[in-house]
Write a protein that binds this ligand. Structure first.
Ligand code: NAD
Ligand code: TDX
Length: 332
């Protein structure tokens, strides 16, 4: 039994990871989460109290973080401001949480010699052309486009420097776009599903040709656990499930699966600086650590996700109105 500290464990991917850890190991989990608009304690409800401790706080609070890291065997760092559209309008919290928060955590794991896994994104590599067969690898150069991705790139660089300069024991993963239960309704897939459930037409940015490489959150969790258990210190691993789809195809799939006309969506204003295409080559993770995704079929995972949102309106309805009011101001 080990003691895991999970930052951002009340968010989308963090809460999926906490469920995964409790289901697949005997570890004790302490969640540190600020409960911003994106955090939701209901995402952790039903988990055994003996296995889970929740602490509300800021990952940039040095004193609190020092106390929590001192009693942990490993730290898994999910806490972040995560939404590109927000970062374009309010960049400051992205610098605070993603950069200062990661720095604060690094200082604590350095002091207490605790292993860290830093959860990052493929967006640090910028974007690829639509007609380019290339995919991101661990050696792709960093070219972040948005305030969000540039602060995540900054956090990755801090981790790399703390490994090299101070000998901190850390790994990094850069994952592609996640979908699954507990994802905030501001994000693409849950926004369209919940729009349809409330009789609102789905909203596609620009012409919808932009490509994202989709992975189920459970597969992200299994990869992170595999890296924690068998990954080499100081290494970076890319996580992806070969799920490239353009946004228009995804909207049409959701409409079809929910019994609607495939053309029943609106094209709205495009995102500023909108990355064209992300694609992950996860060969290193698969060959070195033997990892494989369970949801090899995107449509199967999407269908289960639609069912989850249909069955959990109580979880998402409180955030839906405010989210749509924000998008309406942006013309999106
Ligand atoms: P999310 O926005 O759903 O959750 C973020 C969580 O962090 C929330 O619970 C929030 O309350 C918490 N938080 C925010 N600021 C905090 C602070 N200062 N101190 C403590 N807690 C704070 O995000 P997500 O989609 O679950 O992403 C989690 C991580 O995974 C992020 O680091 C993100 O960059 C990374 N990631 C996300 C995706 C994706 O598709 N969503 C893909 C690759 C990597
Ligand atoms: O209503 C929408 N319509 C639309 O066309 C929304 C919300 C999005 N989009 C487009 C923009 C993107 O091309 O869908 C795509 C996905 O958008 P998001 O869900 O906002 O995700 P993205 O910007 O790709 O970033 C996500 O994946 C990488 C996460 O939010 C990041 O945290 C992660 O690092």
């Amino acid at each position: 039994m080990a003691r895991y500290l999970v930052t951002g464990g009340a968010g989308f991917i963090g809460s999926n990871f906490v469920h995964y850890l409790i289901d697949h190991t005997d570890h004790h989990v302490t969640v540190l989460d600020k409960l911003t608009y994106a955090g939701n304690l209901a995402s952790l409800s039903g988990l055994p109290e003996t296995r889970l401790t929740f602490v509300r706080g800021d990952v940039a609070d040095a004193e609190l973080v020092d106390d929590l890291v001192a009693t942990a065997d490993a730290v898994v760092h999910y806490a972040a401001e995560s939404h590109n559209d927000n970062s374009l309008n309010f960049p400051e919290p992205f610098v605070h949480t993603n950069v200062i928060g990661t720095f604060t955590l690094l200082e604590a794991v350095r002091k207490h010699d605790v292993r860290l896994h830093h959860v990052s994104t493929d967006e640090v590599y910028g974007d690829l052309e639509l007609d380019d067969p290339a995919r991101f690898t661990e050696s792709s150069p960093y070219h972040p486009s948005s305030p969000y991705s540039s602060t995540k790139a900054g956090s990755d660089m801090l981790v790399r420097a703390w490994v090299r300069s101070y000998g901190v024991t850390a790994t990094i993963s850069n994952c592609s776009n996640n979908y699954g239960p507990f994802q905030h309704v501001e994000k693409f897939i849950p926004r369209q599903i919940t729009n349809i459930l409330w009789g609102i037409r789905p909203k596609l940015y620009g012409d919808g040709r932009n490509v994202r490489d989709w992975i189920h959150a459970d597969d992200h969790s299994s990869a992170v656990l595999q890296i924690l258990e068998a990954g080499r210190a100081g290494e970076t691993y890319l996580i992806g499930a070969d799920g490239e789809k353009d946004n228009k195809t995804v909207v049409e799939l959701i409409l079809t699966m929910m019994g609607q006309d495939t053309e029943a969506y609106d094209n709205v204003a495009d995102r500023s600086g909108h990355d064209l295409r992300y694609a992950i080559d996860s060969t290193k993770l698969r060959t070195e650590l033997g990892w494989r995704p369970r949801y090899a079929d995107f449509e199967e995972g999407l269908s289960a996700t639609i069912d989850w949102y249909r069955d959990h309106e109580d979880w998402w309805a409180p955030a839906k109105r405010a989210t749509e009011a924000f998008y309406a101001q942006l013309g999106q």
